[in-house]
Each structure stands twice: as C-alpha cells, then as structure tokens.
Design a protein around this ligand. Structure first.
Ligand code: HEC
Length: 223
C-alpha cells in the first residue's frame, strides 16, 4: 500500500474520543459513528486513488527525491532459480572450498557443522525422519537433509539471502561451493563432487516426495 493508511486502532480512538468529550446522548454518539463510517469510505477510496496515482507516475516527480533503478541494479536483484534449474548461473564449486567459506561466513550462526546455533540447524541428524508439526522443536527440526524438496532452490536461497549479515555478497562459485558442502554434510552428495548448474539440477533431495502439489484451487475451478 503506497497511499495513506487508516490507523487500525481507529475504533479505540473513536471510543476514547466519545468518552473524553463526555458525550452521553446516544443519538450524538450515533451521529459520530455514522460520520466516522462515512469518512472511512472516502479514505478507502482515496487509498485506491493514491495507488493508481503512484503506479502511473514516477516517484521522483511526486516526492522530488530518489531516481529510477538502473538496469544493472535491477539485474543484480533479479535473480531467481526455479526448482527445475531455470535461472541457475554459470559456475562451479567444491566441498573443500565450501567448507572454508562456511567456517568463516556461516558457522557462527548455524553451528560449525550445520548443527544449529543461534540460528537454524542446516544438517539433519542421521536417520532422522521428515519432521512433523507436533515435534517440540518445530521449525528447528527442519533441515536441508530432511525438509528441502529441491537442491536448486537451496542455491537460490543462499545466493539471495545469506549470509544474513551481508546478503548478495557471495559469488556464484562461492554459492556452488557452499551448496556442495551443505549437501555433503547432509549425505546427499559425495565429498568429491564438483557442483555446477547441470549436476545441481539433477540432485534428488531426500524430502522430494514428501511434498504434494496443492490442486485444491484446480478442483474448485473445475467444479
Ligand atoms: C548472522 C547470522 C547468519 C549468518 C552469518 C548466516 N545465516 Fe543462514 N540463516 C540465518 C537466519 C536467521 C535464517 C532463518 C531465516 C528465516 O527463516 O527467514 C537462516 C537461514 C538459512 C538457511 C535456510 C534454513 C532452512 O532450512 O530454512 C540456509 C540454507 C542458510 N541460512 C545458509 C547460510 C549460509 C550458507 C551462510 C553462510 C554464507 C549463512 N546461512 C550465514 C542467519 C544467518
């Protein structure tokens, strides 16, 4: 929402206002409430107008600051790797290199072997099942080894958002190496693998078949 947003707690304000003004007549209270409801409608309308206004105009003209993002800047952010591997960049990485990068950039949050620390555990315990909702550890139980359905989106996630304190700072090769290392720790690839866009997209993750396509919307549309 770009336009003015009506405060959510306006109803509380309204009742405080009525109390403070010591308005005891029910009829006057009703008039205030009707006025409030009418103003709400016009605010909703102006919110809608504002949205289309900002869509049509450049924010530089409206607010007199900022500038349009350059093609290069957009390209730097416009990264997405799909489950089937579309969008995977060129590059390669090894478990050994990944281990070194991981130790200096990831371990202090996720544990030196991905066992979890101040942030999420990344490596499943040996033989661990797909975690179910009732487990006390909840989301902390879900790891690359027992929960991620695709290796491609793991690459995508690291490239886009990790390390959390400096997202976007890793090169493609570094992300291939980190993916290789984390997949190795989860016993999904061998220590010797040299990961690249071709072999990454062919990796079948242990949790791949635990997910089902949600076809409820198709069902509703068809009936
Ligand atoms: C400053 C702490 C910090 C550092 C450093 C860090 N991470 Fe994370 N990482 C997080 C947090 C917090 C989350 C959870 C984010 C969320 O759930 O939105 C996370 C989530 C992840 C996940 C997804 C876990 C899951 O199963 O949902 C992966 C994979 C990951 N990090 C990899 C890395 C890698 C690789 C590095 C090093 C390049 C790294 N992280 C560095 C804090 C960190």
């Amino acid at each position: 929402m770009n336009g003015f947003e009506y405060p959510e707690n306006i109803n509380i304000w309204l009742s405080i206002f009525i109390e403070k003004m010591e308005i005891h007549s029910n009829n006057i209270k009703k008039i205030f409430i009707i006025m409030f409801m009418m103003s709400n409608v016009s605010v909703a309308q102006s919110n809608a107008d504002n949205d289309s206004f900002t869509n049509q105009q450049n924010s530089t003209e409206i607010f007199n600051f900022g500038r349009p993002a350059s093609k290069k800047e957009i390209a730097e952010w416009d990264l997405d790797v799909r489950p089937d591997g579309t969008g995977l960049p060129k590059g390669k990485g090894t478990v050994k290199k990944g281990e070194i990068i991981y130790a200096s950039k990831c371990g202090f949050c996720h544990g030196q072997k991905g066992e979890g620390g101040i942030n999420d555990r990344l490596v499943a315990r040996i033989g661990e099942e797909f975690p179910n909702e009732d487990q006390a550890c909840g989301f902390q139980c879900r790891t690359i080894g027992n929960y991620w359905p695709y290796a491609t989106t793991l690459f995508d996630y690291i490239l886009r958002s990790m390390p959390m304190n400096a997202p976007g700072s890793l090169t493609n090769d570094e992300v291939y190496s980190l993916s290789a290392y984390l997949l190795y720790l989860n016993k999904i690839v061998s220590e010797e693998i040299e990961l690249n866009s071709e072999n990454l997209k062919n990796i079948v993750m242990p949790a791949h078949d635990k997910f089902v396509v949600d076809d409820r919307l198709d069902y509703l549309v068809a009936h």
